[in-house]
Design a protein around this ligand. Structure first.
Ligand code: SF4
Length: 318
């Protein structure tokens, strides 16, 4: 499968008054055409920062200090803002966890669609833009009449669908979905996941699905990347990661999820807490919590080991 996005040695810093938060530390990641990549990890592990870095939408004082983000071979880190502006939406779109923060409550849905379309194609007429918006909504199973409503007239699930429509109306090939189901109840979440799966085929989308919810990753992702403390712990096919996790952090993370098929008197909890990213531990960032840590783990950052599709950053596999 063709690679459409390649992140190489990415470092993202947030300078604050007590030091520098090293939110992303030397991350490598590859997205292949048509796949769903699940990016998982605990809160604060750097997964959302990584997603926002791709479109250079980091909130100040966040900055990319090193590395490359190659989209079809073009480096987004060094791209001029004007070129990047045209790429956002046209080629790469993003949906967020709370659609209310992305939809303007003062404007009708059709007005917001038309503005998005006309920003990227100023020549298009309002009627044509409306027609385009109506077609996208129909593909999402929403009556075009709802274009005439305001965001507050819709349910949370409907607003999330509208957000997807906005993200797809310019026909991007990469969709970054940051915790897209957090504000949805379980039933609407299931419908939303089915929809995402259908759209991926219909629009030939590549999806980066950022979430702390391993259940939805298990349902949707082809491959999974596990992040911990601003670094990648493990990447591989979803069935390999869930069936045979190799990295001790991934093992701990999966063991802490309830499984109704297993007789679990109590859930496993990982000792310790996530690292302080202002002063991350030397060597492997997971070593203070790792039950299998060795001497080398406290001194040297683990290299990427593996074969075929599996990559593990852990000295146990060196
Ligand atoms: Fe544990 Fe060492 Fe592997 Fe890190 S490198 S996960 S500390 S065994």
């Amino acid at each position: 499968m063709k690679t459409i996005l390649e992140i190489k040695n990415l470092h993202v810093h947030f300078p604050i008054n007590i030091g520098t938060v090293r939110a992303v530390q030397g991350v490598d990641l590859e997205l292949r055409q048509g796949e769903v990549m699940g990016l998982v990890g605990e809160s604060g592990c750097g997964k959302s920062t990584l997603g926002f870095s791709i479109l250079r939408l980091l909130r100040p004082p966040g900055e990319i200090v090193e590395g490359e983000i190659l989209y079809h071979g073009r480096d987004l880190v060094r791209m001029e803002e004007k070129e990047l502006l045209s790429l956002r939406g046209n080629n790469i779109s993003m949906i967020f966890q709370d659609p209310l923060t992305s939809l303007n409550p003062l404007f009708r849905i059709d007005e917001q669609f038309i503005e998005t379309i006309k920003t990227h194609d100023p020549q298009i007429s309002k009627q044509e833009a409306f027609k385009k918006a109506a077609q996208v909504l129909e593909s999402l199973g929403i009556s075009p009449e709802r274009l005439l409503e305001y965001p507050h007239q819709m349910s949370g699930g409907m607003r999330q669908r509208i957000m997807i429509g906005m993200a797809l109306v310019l026909d991007p090939d990469l969709l970054i979905a940051d915790e897209p189901t957090t504000s949805l109840d379980v039933i609407v979440e299931a419908q939303f996941l089915d929809l995402l799966n259908e759209l991926r085929r219909q629009y030939d989308l590549t999806i980066l699905l950022i979430t702390h919810n391993l259940g939805i990753v298990a349902q949707l992702a082809d491959r999974v990347t596990v992040m911990y403390g601003g670094t990648i712990a493990e990447t591989g096919k979803a069935e390999s990661i869930f069936g045979n996790p190799l990295h001790p952090y991934t093992q701990g993370l999966l063991a802490s999820i309830p499984n109704i098929k297993l007789d679990q008197p109590e859930l496993h909890t990982m000792e310790g807490s996530p690292p302080d990213l202002v002063a991350p531990p030397p060597g492997c960032v997971f070593h203070p919590r790792c039950p299998r840590a060795m001497d080398i783990c406290k001194k040297e950052r683990p290299k990427a080991f593996g074969k075929d599709d599996r990559i593990v950053r852990c000295w146990l596999y060196g």
